[in-house]
Ligand binder design. Structure first.
Ligand SMILES: [Zn+2]
Length: 103
């Protein structure tokens, strides 16, 4: 769901979300279950609420910023939240994988 959502983010916003990772944006997850992820994107004095939901075959994403509210687009905060969740899931998976024996 998150990878497919990221594929729909426009290139400029995708790039700004990547720049956000470099700039140390924080993702504070509040709700995480199979069909729903919700939390806060925090940086400087900014604070945006992002929710990503699977509704049947459709993935619906919302953010409290003007870009998402006024234009109805997938904003950089939604992209950043999706990246952060994918990174957290990948980290959890690799933590459970046994390390190879060193010779
Ligand atoms: Zn936003």
């Amino acid at each position: 769901m998150l990878r497919r959502l990221l594929g729909k983010v426009e290139d400029g916003r995708f790039g700004r979300a990547l720049a956000g990772i470099q700039a140390g944006w924080q993702w504070e997850c509040v709700v995480r279950c199979t069909e729903r992820v919700e939390g806060l994107v925090l940086y400087g004095d900014k604070r945006y609420r992002v929710a990503i939901e699977q509704r049947g075959a459709r993935c619906v994403a919302r953010c409290s910023c003007d870009d998402a509210v006024a234009r109805g687009v997938l904003c950089k905060h939604i992209a950043f939240a999706a990246m952060a969740e994918l990174a957290a899931a990948a980290a959890a998976r690799s933590a459970h994988r046994p390390l190879p024996e060193l010779g």
